[in-house]
Design a protein around this ligand. Structure first.
Ligand SMILES: [Zn+2]
Length: 344
C-alpha cells in the first residue's frame, strides 16, 4: 500500500476537545474520541495543521438560545485563563511527544517536521478574546508561538463583531472592524501574524481587505454560491482572496457544504469535491486548500476522522485532479501562503 498523500490542514478544534470534554481515555496520541489523534493522523496522512485556541462560551453567563443572534462577548479574564490552558495543552503535547509533534513558528519548521516524519502544529487563536486593547498579549503569545489569529469567532470582541450562523442568508450581517480592530490588523501585519477571515462578517472582511498588506486567508470556509451560509464566501470575496494571493481552506462541516444547510453526516464526499472544483475554477489551483474543522464540526461520515483523509484524495482523483494539483491542495498551497505571510 502506498503511503497516504501528506495533508496540511487549515483548522482543527482538537485543543478544545482535549481541554474541555473530560472524555474517558481521551488524549492526543491514541484516543477513541473525536477526529484527531497522532495515530489516526499518521494513517490519514495528516502532517500538520492550525491548532485553534477557541474560547467556549462562559457557562456562568446568560444562555442565548436564539440562533439568529450572536452569543454575547466574553469576559477578558475568563478568556485569557482558557487561552493559557489551551496553549499550555499544545506545549504539553509537544513535550510528551518526544519529537513526534512540533509547534511550528516558520515554514522551515513545517518543512523540517515533514521531512522528519513528525506532525506539526501552528498555534492559532480563533477569536481574539484573550488579546487586550494594548495588544500586550499579542506580543507575549507571538513569542510563545502564535502565528495566526482571527479577530473574532462568531460573537463580538473589542476588535470586530463576527458572523452569526444563518443559512440562505448573506454574510453581510452587521458592522465591521472597530477602531481597535484596525490596530490589530496593522499590528499583525507588522509582526507577520496571519489574519484569519473565516468568522468575520462581510463588512469585517472588507475592512481587513482594505487595511491588510498580507494575503487574505479564510482557513475554514466554503463557497456561498453552493451553500448559502453566512460562514461561506461570495464570489466577490473569493475574487479578493485570489487577487491578494490568498487562500481558502475547505471546511468539512456538513452545514457549510450542503445546499440545504442540514446537520446531516450522510453527505456525499462529492459535495466536498464540488466546493473544491468551484474554488479552483474561481480563484485558481494555487489558492485552495483544506480546513477540516476536525473536532469542531459534524463532517461527512465517509471521511469520519483524520484517518479518512485518503477518501477525499481518492474523490478528487476520481473528479480528474492530477497528482500535482492534489499535492497543492493538500499541502503545498498552505506552505505558499504562509511563506507570503510570514516571510521565508
Ligand atoms: Zn470555526
Amino acid at each position: 500500500m502506498n503511503p497516504p498523500i501528506p495533508v496540511f490542514d487549515g483548522h482543527n478544534d482538537t485543543l478544545l476537545r482535549l481541554t474541555a470534554d473530560n472524555l474517558d481515555g481521551d488524549n492526543f496520541f491514541e484516543s477513541p474520541h473525536g477526529h484527531i489523534d497522532l495515530s489516526r493522523a499518521r494513517r490519514g496522512g495528516l502532517a500538520g495543521g492550525f491548532f485553534a485556541v477557541y474560547i467556549p462560551s462562559d457557562p456562568t453567563a446568560a444562555v442565548v438560545t436564539d440562533r439568529d443572534h450572536l452569543p454575547p462577548a466574553l469576559d477578558y479574564h475568563y478568556s485569557l485563563d482558557l487561552a493559557m490552558k489551551m496553549t499550555a495543552k499544545l506545549f504539553e503535547i509537544e513535550r510528551e511527544s518526544h519529537g513526534d509533534f512540533r509547534i511550528a513558528r516558520s515554514v522551515a519548521d513545517l518543512l523540517s517536521a515533514k521531512t522528519d516524519g513528525a506532525m506539526s502544529g501552528i498555534l492559532h487563536f480563533e477569536g481574539a478574546e484573550a488579546i487586550d486593547a494594548n495588544l500586550y498579549n499579542l506580543e507575549v503569545f507571538y513569542n510563545a508561538g502564535l502565528r495566526s489569529i482571527g479577530p473574532v469567532w462568531s460573537r463580538p470582541t473589542i476588535f470586530a463583531e463576527g458572523v452569526p450562523f444563518r443559512h440562505h442568508h448573506s454574510p453581510d450581517t452587521g458592522p465591521g472592524l472597530t477602531p481597535l480592530g484596525f490596530e490589530l490588523v496593522k499590528a499583525c501585519n507588522r509582526m507577520r501574524i496571519m489574519i484569519d477571515l473565516s468568522h468575520m462578517n462581510e463588512k469585517g472582511f472588507w475592512d481587513v481587505a482594505k487595511t491588510s498588506q498580507a494575503p487574505l486567508v479564510a482557513t475554514h470556509s466554503n463557497v456561498w454560491n453552493l451553500s448559502q451560509s453566512t460562514r461561506n464566501l461570495t464570489d466577490k470575496q473569493l475574487d479578493a482572496i485570489r487577487d491578494s494571493q490568498g487562500m481558502v481552506g475547505l471546511n468539512f462541516a456538513v452545514v457549510f457544504l450542503r445546499e440545504d444547510g442540514a446537520h446531516d453526516a450522510n453527505t456525499p464526499i462529492e459535495t466536498m469535491v464540488d466546493h473544491i472544483e468551484y474554488l479552483v475554477n474561481r480563484i485558481g489551483i494555487d489558492h485552495v486548500g483544506l480546513g477540516s474543522d476536525f473536532d469542531g464540526a459534524t463532517i461527512p461520515e465517509g471521511i469520519a476522522d483524520a484517518a479518512g483523509l485518503p477518501v477525499l484524495v481518492d474523490a478528487m482523483r476520481a473528479r480528474g485532479f492530477g497528482d500535482a494539483d492534489i499535492a497543492k491542495i493538500c499541502y503545498d498551497n498552505w506552505m505558499g501562503v504562509l511563506r507570503r505571510t510570514w516571510g521565508a
